[in-house]
Write a protein that binds this ligand. Structure first.
Ligand SMILES: Cc1cc2nc3c(=O)[nH]c(=O)nc-3n(C[C@H](O)[C@H](O)[C@H](O)COP(=O)(O)OP(=O)(O)OC[C@H]3O[C@@H](n4cnc5c(N)ncnc54)[C@H](O)[C@@H]3O)c2cc1C
Length: 283
């Protein structure tokens, strides 16, 4: 029978992990427990749940940065004033993730460690240049999310290591945050393709800075400096976006699967860029 441990402090967690090195860690369990039930992950003799670890569940602020505890749930982040104020692009993505039940259980750390190309928090975290904080009880490693996620379902997380926090600089230089996801239906659907954008628009509507990323159209989140560069200095117009859309369609590397064909995903990647026109803030 599987034993489940519910540590209340990180000190307790490290001592459980030392005693049960074969234990699997989970937070909300909305990915891991599903995979265990369907046999995609072999059941472990022990599970360690992160749910009660207040130390890695809070959101903190410094003058120019925000630290999100890895065990913060999506629902907690959705109603957190610091996230609402400083990271609207993440809030928009969280609104589309799963259902209220999934958002109450699932965590940002679980979404990152699952490293699915369709993980909804990932496109925003890439353009926010998020860093992940990894700890094994003795040492702390910090790396960018781009370095951390190495492929579909693959990360640099080492045995005995925990993702403890997500570190973000406040994106003060951007005045237009946007996330959009296309799925087979409005909710409870994995992304067929998604796009996150941070733009700085001048009062005349010229794009002065741009960061863009796409989900579900490659083995990991796709970023494209060439598309960002094509936008900078141009007016946010249909012509500008259509030209950039043509470029991203050449760059993404989607696959055919049960949700959509690669060709459809390629086309949606470009169309999501065009949607920036409707989503732009009123001038
Ligand atoms: C019905 C349903 C709908 C869903 N819809 C969506 C959706 O629309 N969009 C989306 O992106 N996802 C969706 N998911 C997937 C899932 O809910 C999310 O990925 C969620 O964020 C996972 O978080 P969790 O805390 O439940 O992860 P868990 O299942 O607890 O863990 C997932 C993996 O991460 C590891 N892990 C978790 N936390 C840590 C940590 N702090 N340190 C180290 N390792 C850790 C675990 O060991 C495990 O391997 C859905 C799932 C279900 C069941």
């Amino acid at each position: 029978m599987t034993q489940v441990y519910l540590p209340r402090t990180l000190a307790e967690l490290w001592s459980y992990l030392e005693g049960k090195p074969e234990a699997l860690v989970y937070a909300g369990g909305t990915d891991l427990l599903v995979k265990m039930r369907t046999g995609k992950v072999t059941a472990a003799p022990a599970l360690i749940c992160l749910e009660r670890l207040a130390e890695i569940r809070d959101v903190r602020e410094t003058a120019d940065a925000i630290r999100i505890g890895a065990a913060a749930t999506h629902a907690e982040l959705l109603r957190h004033p610091l996230i609402l104020t400083h990271l609207p692009v993440l809030t928009q993505a969280l609104h589309t993730l799963g259902s209220p039940l999934i958002r109450n259980m699932g965590t940002i750390g679980g979404n990152i460690c699952t490293a699915s190309p369709a993980g909804d928090t990932l496109p925003p975290l890439y353009i926010l240049r998020a860093e992940v904080e990894l700890c094994n009880g003795e040492t702390i490693r910090i790396m960018t999310i781009e370095e951390f996620i190495t492929g579909p379902g693959a990360t640099q997380l080492q045995k005995g290591e925990l993702l403890t926090g997500v570190l973000l600089k406040k994106p003060v230089e951007y005045n237009f945050h946007h996330f959009e996801k296309v799925g087979q239906r409005k909710s409870m659907a994995c992304a067929v393709a998604s796009m996150a954008a941070l733009l700085r628009l001048s009062p005349a509507g010229v794009i002065e800075a741009a960061r863009l990323s796409w989900g579900s159209v490659g083995p990991t989140v796709v970023t494209a400096a060439v598309v960002e560069d094509a936008l900078i200095g141009e007016k946010l117009s249909l012509e500008t976006l259509a030209a950039a859309a043509g470029k991203i369609k050449q760059i993404v590397a989607p696959i055919d699967d049960v949700r959509a064909t690669a060709e459809y995903r390629r086309s949606v990647s470009g169309n999501l860029l065009l949607r920036l026109l409707d989503a732009r803030p009123p001038s």
